[in-house]
Design a protein around this ligand. Sequence first.
Ligand code: FAD
Length: 322
Amino acid sequence: MDTLREKPEKINIPKPPAGLIRFDEPMALHTTFKAGGPADIWVRPEGDYFPAYAADLIGFARSEGIPVFVLGGGANLVVADRGIRGIVLDTGGWTGWETLTGETREAAVCVCSGTAVDALIVALTERGWAGPEFLAGMPGTVGGAVWMNARCQEKSVSDLLIETEIIDMENDSLDPFWVSGKDGDFSYKRSPFQDRKVLITAARFSLKRGEPEELRRAAAALRRDREVKGHFRAPSAGSAFKNNRAFGKPTGKIIDETGLRGFSVGGAMIAPWHGNFIINTGQARAADIRALTEAVMEKVHAALGLTLEPEILFVGDWGEGG
Ligand SMILES: Cc1cc2nc3c(=O)[nH]c(=O)nc-3n(C[C@H](O)[C@H](O)[C@H](O)COP(=O)(O)OP(=O)(O)OC[C@H]3O[C@@H](n4cnc5c(N)ncnc54)[C@H](O)[C@@H]3O)c2cc1C
């Protein structure tokens, strides 16, 4: 892929009819960690033709042997300092939703995958639709939340998911199709999409009728709780490590008890206010975040014999040793 990095503008990539395409685009601009190197090619199509354009782009990339990385809100990612080789397909311009049986007590909403989770919740709660508000304030897109099977307040996205529309990047046909929300391994922070190369284009979630003011208040309380806990005080990707019931306590508490709050490597630090948050103190390199993640794992293992599992995803070109 080195040649693509050197001459990206010479690649005859299909251009989106509307939206942005940039070469050597810093991924620090597109991740909540505000770290990470450049994508060779970053494409953010805008508008209704997104699935058709995405299929063309994926087909083109496949025929040229160029990898495609699908980007949501970049809220769970550590992109390598060397960046991402190939094409980054940013879904953030593919937004919108439709409630499907609006007059009944039970209904569903069909959402384009690039829609911000919190924007969806604002719109649904205003209209008196309940269900997804447990995710209030969580950064990222609907596609990313389904892919990650995001979880808050002891509830997972899969609890609401009726079906997901995907393009299977490895299929002969690149037409989108629906798969049931019950098919495959949906478990703690796992979706079946983590085992295949797919682009999630849309998802349907079940809704219930609720009282708008009550829903609005509940969602606002959850957003406030995140603020109070310092979620937005510094760039991060949320919880750095998964919780593991077998440990008997939240991972943040385990890291606190190991005395690691405030521990840092380069510009990456365990938040002084939250044991399970790694923050960028200003100039963190992705390599600092990775080294800190590994150091915490080693220290917790040495102190308590527990093996932590990172929740944040390390993606892109880590080369030899990062
Ligand atoms: C302050 C803060 C608080 C957080 N709190 C929580 C929390 O309470 N609970 C929780 O679960 N997470 C939390 N997170 C993490 C993050 O918000 C979630 O993991 C979120 O679901 C990531 O969505 P995203 O769109 O940003 O995905 P990205 O980070 O862009 O991508 C994550 C993965 O999903 C894939 N992906 C994204 N979109 C698509 C798509 N359309 N099709 C196919 N693959 C796709 C990417 O390729 C990547 O592998 C938090 C993060 C922050 C910064």
